[in-house]
Write a protein that binds this ligand. Structure first.
Ligand code: FDA
Ligand code: NAP
Length: 433
């Protein structure tokens, strides 16, 4: 394909996805324009029909795993009126929140905050548009533009031409090898949506929940509370749930400065750092929730009415689904003993992996430089390292844990990262004021 005089208009950037990362970027763009500064023009494409952040896990009592001060703006611009505090002021809850003396809002409340932000920059987004491919546009020997192809819910395709693409596609559920999601076998990603679709008077008699991370612990607690007659089997290979490290020195690994250190560190040091601080985020549970689950489990022992069953050092050795339920075989890794469990539903809370943008890039992916592990090489400004033939920018928000550290898929760095990406786009493709 070659650029011609009849070519469509060209934007400075197209954002793939409109989760917190790209909403943060849209706010940073809006704030620059609001100050009369030069800012790239852009449009964001979101496959959902409206803004939504992990809707399937918006459990009633679940709280954020990050301080509200790590909202979409404060670390970049503490005076921004897109802050969580501005939101609280707007909805008339600022004093109530202050009295609450917490740094950790309810997850449902943070969802409302994020939606409030997204609504205020909705002029920059097209909902119901899934990006299905990105095509190269050549000018002579070079690829100077990219055509971002979207598909809406009616199957209609649209093409947007741009100089830069910012990928913020988020996470994808991770199921154990060979296990597929089905009517009775779920990933926790869709927990609330799936529960809402159960027949109105259904009272499942038994659940199996696999995993020992924050999601698994939350799901176990929710199911045990919501279905007062159901048995809930929590299955994990560890000896017990392990606490997340939220202590102040360890928390520094999420600071913007830690990204500088991580990015320049030798590969071996990168791996060591990720190992040291894995327990700030992965396969760990908030200590308050661990206590709550232990209390629940112990109280049932006292009352002699055990329906919360902890299968530690155990794995799922068999899974046979029928229209009436799932026959699960649990295996104790210490003794080898197998225990059958007749479950109504099995929830795999087995984590997530970052969405890989490369399948969307088709032949453009061949121009990417990769790390020795075969992952995209990413420069400090979040731009994927490419051959010179490609002069447009491919930026990543998320999926950069191997190059930028553990904050990559989290909210911790969204505010600062947004500005870094805009600065990079402006430096490489200057935008007139
Ligand atoms: P996110 O996944 O939120 O958004 C990506 C968006 O892109 C989605 O809206 C998706 O529909 C869209 N999309 C994907 N592919 C597309 C395509 N091809 N075309 C168009 N649109 C596309 N972190 C943290 O710091 N503190 C916390 O408290 C939590 N809590 C938390 C709870 C739960 C249940 C989970 C699973 C995760 C967290 N996280 C977290 C981590 C989480 O990754 C983080 O909060 C943000 O969701 C990251 O925002 P993103 O915008 O990068 O991805
Ligand atoms: P996770 O931390 O990656 O935990 C996954 C769990 O599943 C681990 O216990 C893991 O085992 C187990 N597992 C993985 N593959 C398995 C397999 N094939 N068979 C059996 N078990 C398997 O995932 P998560 O709990 O979903 O958390 C992911 C992210 O979301 C984290 O950033 C977390 O903070 C965030 N989150 C936040 C909230 C909140 O804000 N309140 C809620 C939920 C999630 P091992 O123990 O052996 O590793």
């Amino acid at each position: 394909m070659s650029a011609t005089e009849q070519d469509p208009p060209v934007s400075d950037l197209v954002g793939v996805g409109f989760g917190p990362s790209n909403v943060g970027l849209a706010i940073a763009l809006a704030e620059r324009r609001g100050r009369g500064e030069a800012a790239p023009t852009g449009v964001f494409l979101e496959r959902q029909a409206a803004f939504g952040w992990h809707r399937g896990m918006l459990l009633d009592d679940a709280t954020m795993q990050v301080s509200f001060l790590k909202d979409l703006v404060t670390q970049r611009n503490p005076a921004s009126d897109f802050s969580f505090l501005s939101y609280l002021h707007h909805v008339g809850r600022l004093n109530d929140f202050i009295n609450h003396k917490t740094l950790f809002p309810l997850r449902q409340e943070f969802h409302d905050y994020l939606s409030w932000c997204a609504d205020r920059v909705s002029d920059q987004v097209r909902y119901g548009h899934e990006v299905v491919e990105v095509l190269p546009v050549r000018t002579g020997e070079r690829i100077t533009h990219l055509d971002v192809v979207t598909q809406d819910t009616a199957g209609r395709r649209t093409v947007l031409r741009t100089r830069n693409v910012v990928f913020g596609p988020g996470l994808r559920p991770r199921m154990p090898e060979g296990v597929e999601q089905s009517a009775r076998v779920w990933h926790n990603e869709h927990l609330l949506t799936n529960l809402a679709q159960l027949p109105p008077k259904a009272a499942p008699h038994s659940f199996v929940v696999v995993g020992a991370g924050q999601s698994a612990a939350e799901v176990v607690e929710h199911l045990h509370e919501r279905f007062p007659a159901a048995h809930v089997h929590s299955v994990f290979t560890r000896y017990g749930y392990s606490p997340s490290d939220d202590s102040p020195f360890a928390n520094r690994i999420f600071d913007p400065e830690a990204v500088d250190a991580f990015h320049t560190a030798p590969e071996e040091v990168k791996r060591t750092l990720l190992g040291y601080h894995r327990n700030t985020n992965y396969s760990v549970v908030d200590p308050d929730l661990i206590d709550a689950l232990y209390r629940r489990h112990y109280a049932e022992k006292v009352h002699g009415t055990q329906r919360l069953h902890l299968h530690n050092t155990s794995r799922v050795a068999g899974l046979t689904e029928s229209p009436d339920g799932v026959a699960v075989v649990l295996e104790d890794l210490v003794t080898g003993k197998q225990t059958p469990v007749a479950a109504g539903y099995v929830v795999f809370a087995t984590g997530y992996h970052p969405a890989d943008p490369r399948p969307l890039l088709g032949s453009v992916a061949d121009l990417l430089h990769t790390t020795p592990d075969g992952l995209p090489a990413v420069e400090r400004d979040y731009r994927m390292a490419t051959r010179d033939e490609l002069t447009c920018g491919l930026y990543l928000q998320g999926g950069t844990e191997h190059t930028h550290g553990v904050s990559s898929s989290l909210l911790s760095n969204v505010a600062v990262r947004s500005a870094e990406i805009i600065d990079s786009i402006q430096a490489r493709t200057p935008v007139p004021a």
